[in-house]
Ligand binder design. Structure first.
Ligand SMILES: Nc1ncnc2c1ncn2[C@@H]1O[C@H](COP(=O)(O)OP(=O)(O)OP(=O)(O)O)[C@@H](O)[C@H]1O
Ligand SMILES: [Mg+2]
Length: 230
């Protein structure tokens, strides 16, 4: 291990709705080591998605500090955060979030449109990513022409296309049957073990969590694991 890739120090997150303030996290600490595969479990509404959004820079903490490889991401402007995200984080969601009117290769290419890569370089990278997830034969297919498992593999290819160090996965197998879920989980395991990606995965499925090296339990915005109390 080479030190924490993500560190939360005294992080609070509150949402203000009219006169009401909802506190999701109240002074939360968390440290995730580079190269780890972490599963986050917990009841609905416990803050799992909010935690991933903070970690991946999709949302900002109300208070406290979040660092990525030692540099604070809390305090960046929206624009800075978007640029940071494009380079450092891949997102994988339960319902794939592919663009329905784009083919697999166009979906995977999307994050690269923000870069200075040439069309030829983009195509080469896209083909390599789709081959990596076993979809070389599906590059011209639209999402509706693919199974859930195939769509999730396209989403994984899109998630890794910018070669981010961190993959944030929100119930990536929540919509898949056991066998297909295991295929997707094995793919995440390979990305972790062979490509060194740090993976943080929210899941309700204990069988999916077994693929992780570390399981954290969140309840009402707090970790209930003893190791974290240290
Ligand atoms: N933008 C928002 N504004 C107000 N409240 C929010 C917002 N986003 C999330 N919340 C609240 O924060 C709490 C945690 O939500 P979150 O989506 O993180 O839960 P979760 O653990 O991912 O749940 P699930 O397992 O159902 O996906 C919930 O009470 C939710 O209503
Ligand atoms: Mg959620």
């Amino acid at each position: 291990m080479v030190g924490p890739i993500i560190q939360f120090s005294n992080v609070s997150k509150r949402f203000v709705k009219g006169k009401e303030t909802i506190t999701i996290f109240d002074h939360l600490d968390l440290s995730i080591q580079a190269g780890d595969f972490v599963a986050i479990m917990g009841p609905s509404g416990s803050g799992k998605t909010t935690l991933l959004n903070l970690m991946g820079g999709l949302d900002q903490a109300t208070e406290g500090q979040i660092t990525f490889n030692g540099a604070a991401i809390s305090g960046l402007s929206e624009g800075q955060l978007a640029a940071w995200r494009a380079v450092n984080v891949g997102f994988i969601f339960q319902f794939y979030n592919l663009m329905p009117m784009l083919t697999a290769e166009r979906n995977v290419e999307l994050p690269l449109l923000l870069t200075k890569l040439s069309g030829a370089e983009r195509r080469q990278r896209v083909q390599a990513a789709l081959a990596l997830v076993g979809l070389r034969e599906r590059t011209g297919h639209y999402p509706r022409e693919m199974s859930g498992g195939q769509q999730q593999r396209v989403a994984i290819a899109r998630g890794i296309i910018s070669d981010p160090k961190l993959l944030v996965c929100d119930e990536p197998t929540g919509d898949l049957d056991r066998a297909t879920a295991d295929e997707v989980l094995l793919m995440l395991q390979t990305l972790n073990q062979e490509m060194g990606k740090t993976i943080v995965m929210v899941t309700h499925d204990p069988a999916a969590a077994k693929y992780a090296h570390r399981i954290l339990h969140l309840d009402k915005g707090a970790f209930t694991d003893r190791e974290l109390a240290a």
